[in-house]
Design a protein around this ligand. Structure first.
Ligand code: NAP
Ligand code: G3H
Length: 484
């Protein structure tokens, strides 16, 4: 493929109104690789005037896009998915460098995204309405019928995080496009190059001009302007809870879907299969160095089986390789110095306050070695704060009720895991947990991507997941036929 329009001498362009543009200001942000500080490229720092052009272009293009037959919109999405499959190695290499994700996971992210887009294209054809008979309500007869259809909302603002720069961008863009909306897309700055490759796949697939536009620039500078713009009809945001809550306050009376932070607990009952639990927890906590909203971020284990669980976990943690994303290391450098400092601060606070370091605790620059902390208590920061790094606290509990109480005391409510061989008990606990999803005998995770993905409390609002995203990006419209 040719990337001539997308990038010249490492300087990337953004897509506005169907054209690949350089920034009017000629200002660029430098993107360096977290693993070796090499320059990945330069991305435009777009200003408000260019953001307005992107929004206006999206607004102009939306009606004609919505008027296209849905199967034609779907065909374009399916072509974009095929291009991602073809380019999986190339785009995967960009993700690997830009966000320090191990090579195999970076390539898998692109392939997963192709599957997500294809599924969305198919499911998009089945967004249907319903008809309601008037005579169901007292005082009315069959002469009144409501035809309820689902219509697009208009211009969707999609804002994505660094940790899945392609997948969590496509999970917003694809359902928006499938349902006839146009999109203004603001990717994470660290992740923007990967995201622009995704946008190029949609563009190369034949998306009409203006249907998908990018605004690249620091969220702290351009974000408030974008989220308050009167032509934005809906915001789909994934990122930190603080930013999400700020956006919710500023955005006003438009629909919002927010997927935010988490502090997912794994609850281990005395009858659990501890080999299974250890394996699931280690992979759940440490994959992509813990930089997943759904990472297992605390263990609540019955005192009676805590030592055995730890015994089974330690060898698995020690087996994790630490190194460079190019070498497919399990644990790679964190996204920034400040992210590594933050994680280190949580470890230091826990150790200073009496928790025991079971394994890890070492740091080389941005790389934090996988760390397990035992005897963590509820007065330590690590019991409540989201590290977004490879550190896992163990809180020992004396009863299931205590585990549920601590799990629910978190400000977050994304997911929880429950490990037990008693399915009835698993259901009873699941009912009491204040989270979007409970995983029984498995690690916390988002996929498969057609399952509902729900955050409550500070973990978000609304539901993602293919069919749910399609619903959230349309609204009902009722046409009432009065038969006279
Ligand atoms: P972040 O710092 O909140 O950034 C997310 C996005 O918001 C980026 O595009 C960022 O742009 C933008 N942004 C920043 N300030 C903004 C503002 N004032 N207005 C509008 N947009 C703004 O999150 P992150 O560090 O990329 O991701 C890590 C966090 O996201 C973690 O808390 C994690 O749990 C959460 N997360 C949640 C989910 C989920 O589905 N629940 C999934 C992934 C991540 P810049 O990059 O330019 O700052
Ligand atoms: O970081 C948040 C993502 O939504 C997590 O997705 O569970 O597939 O890693 P994942």
């Amino acid at each position: 493929m040719t990337n001539q329009l997308l990038v010249e001498a490492d300087h990337y362009r953004t897509l506005v109104d169907g054209a690949w543009r350089t920034p009017a200001s000629n200002l660029y942000l430098t993107i360096t690789a977290p693993s070796d500080n090499s320059i990945v490229g330069y991305v435009p720092a777009m200003g408000q005037a260019e953001a307005v052009e992107a929004i206006e272009s999206a607004k102009r293009a939306q009606k004609a896009w919505a008027a296209l037959p849905v199967h034609e919109r779907s065909e374009i999405l399916i072509r974009a998915a095929a291009l991602l499959d073809e380019r999986a190695e190339e785009i995967g290499s960009v993700i690997m460098r830009e966000v320090a994700k191990k090579r195999s996971s970076a390539i898998d992210e692109v392939k997963r995204t192709a599957d997500l887009i294809r599924f969305t294209a198919e499911e998009g054809k089945r967004v249907n309405g319903q008809t309601l008979q008037g005579d169901a309500f007292p005082g009315y007869n069959k002469n009144k019928v409501s035809f309820v259809t689902r219509v697009p909302l208009g211009v969707i603002l999609a804002i994505s995080p660094f940790n899945y720069p392609v997948n969590l961008s496509a999970s917003k863009i694809a359902p928006a496009l499938a349902t006839g909306n146009s999109v203004v897309f603001k990717p994470a700055t660290q992740g923007a190059i990967s995201a622009l490759h995704l946008v190029k796949a949609f563009h190369d697939a034949g998306l009409p001009a203006g249907v998908l536009n990018t605004v690249v620039g620091k969220g702290a500078e351009i974000g408030d302007f974008l989220v308050q713009h009167p032509d934005i009809a809906m915001i789909s945001f994934t990122g930190g809870s603080q930013n999400g809550s700020r956006i919710a306050k500023l955005a006003g009376m438009i629909p919002l879907v927010m997927e935010l932070g988490g502090k997912d607990a794994a609850i281990i009952l005395p009858d659990a299969d501890l080999d299974l639990a250890a394996k699931q927890i280690v992979s759940g906590a440490f994959s992509y160095s813990g930089q997943r909203c759904t990472a297992v971020k605390r263990i609540l284990v019955h005192q009676g089986v805590a030592d055995q669980l730890i015994e089974k976990m330690v060898p698995l943690i020690k087996k994790l390789s630490v190194g460079a994303p190019e070498d497919n290391a399990d644990i790679t450098p964190l996204i920034s110095d400040s992210a590594a400092d933050y994680v280190q601060g949580l470890i230091d606070d826990a150790v200073a306050n009496g928790s025991s370091l079971v394994t890890g605790g070492r740091r080389d620059g941005r790389t934090i070695h996988p760390t397990l902390l035992d005897n963590v208590t509820v007065d330590m920061r690590i019991a409540w704060e989201e590290p977004f790094g490879p550190v896992l606290p163990i809180i020992r509990v004396s009863s299931t009720e205590q585990a549920i109480e601590i799990a629910n005391a978190s400000e977050y409510g994304l997911q929880s895991s429950v490990f037990t061989q008693d399915i009835g008990q698993a259901f009873r606990i699941s009912e009491q947990l204040e989270v979007g999803s409970v995983q029984i005998n498995g690690r916390t995770e988002r996929g498969p991507d057609h399952f509902p993905f729900i955050g409550v409390k500070s973990s978000g609002m609304g539901t993602q997941g293919i069919a749910y995203s399609l619903q959230s990006m349309t609204r009902q419209k009722s046409m009432v036929i009065n038969i006279n």
